[in-house]
Design a binder for this molecule. Sequence first.
Ligand SMILES: C[S@@+](CC[C@H](N)C(=O)[O-])C[C@H]1O[C@@H](n2cnc3c(N)ncnc32)[C@H](O)[C@@H]1O
Length: 308
Amino acid sequence: MPARLFLSSGDLMADRRFEFARDLQLKGDLPAAADLLMQAIELAPNFASAWFTLADIREQLGEHDAAVSAFQKAQASDANDRHGAGLRLMRLGAEPLAGMPQAYVQTLFDQYAPRFESSLVDELGYRGPKLLFRAVLSVRATARKPALFKRAIDLGCGTGLVASAFARSVDHFIGVDLSPRMIERSRATGLYAELEVADMLQGLRARPDADADLILAADAMVYVAELAPVLAEAARVLAPGGLLAFTTETHDGEGVVIGHGLRYAHAAAYVRAVIESAGLKLSLLEDRSARNEDHAPVPGLVAVAAKT
Ligand SMILES: C[S@@+](CC[C@H](N)C(=O)[O-])C[C@H]1O[C@@H](n2cnc3c(N)ncnc32)[C@H](O)[C@@H]1O
């Protein structure tokens, strides 16, 4: 993942102490790092990066309550919560499951963009776009229709790997992504006719009815807690006969949870239910992992749904 976000406190001494603390943290001296961070916070009480790092250390030291309180301070110190302290609070069970702060997703992927493909594809064996392509081919083959589409919308298009996988199957590709830096990378591929920096739900809302015959989302729904609103808009934007195909991470329990990788995992029964309530017909739902973590495949699903 990208280098840790740093938001200056505006106080040189406090920033210095933060830098030393990070150094100690990286060397594994967590108590000393925590001491220095508290000194930095004394100098700059609203120092979001220091609160966030302190919370992270408290969590690593198994100090649950102190971690919760420091994540709350980090959240309160940055109105946009670019560090994603709210997510960490959800994972610690201190806040109910909710959507990801947009500024967090944007910051994460803006930082990640230059290394995204080497990190995800090479190191984590990322295969989301290929899984989607095979799933769409299989659904079309079963329906005895060619896998050719006039207009496709790629939700969370990132650096453009999906357009590359579907390049020969789609005439007009539209990419939507929250991160301007990821969009820049997609633009550089020359594979998209249209690109838009937007949240996927807003991007879909701005589209007319029956605007596309294919909607794709590879490894993007993992950043969306509640899928129902996006799927309902996708159903509206799809032309009759069109397909929606997406990957998710999954888990054996019920509903939606937040995993260790700070991405949401959607249970298979939940995915079936939201597809049905969006008025779409499930064509394919398979257990398929889009990436590895700690050298093991992360449990995942590939779903294809049709607008009838
Ligand atoms: C892991 S990347 C996958 C990129 C691409 N689909 C691929 O398969 O390589 C996830 C992308 O989804 C984008 N994203 C996450 N949440 C989003 C949202 N709510 N709306 C639009 N884009 C989003 C991120 O900015 C990031 O570029």
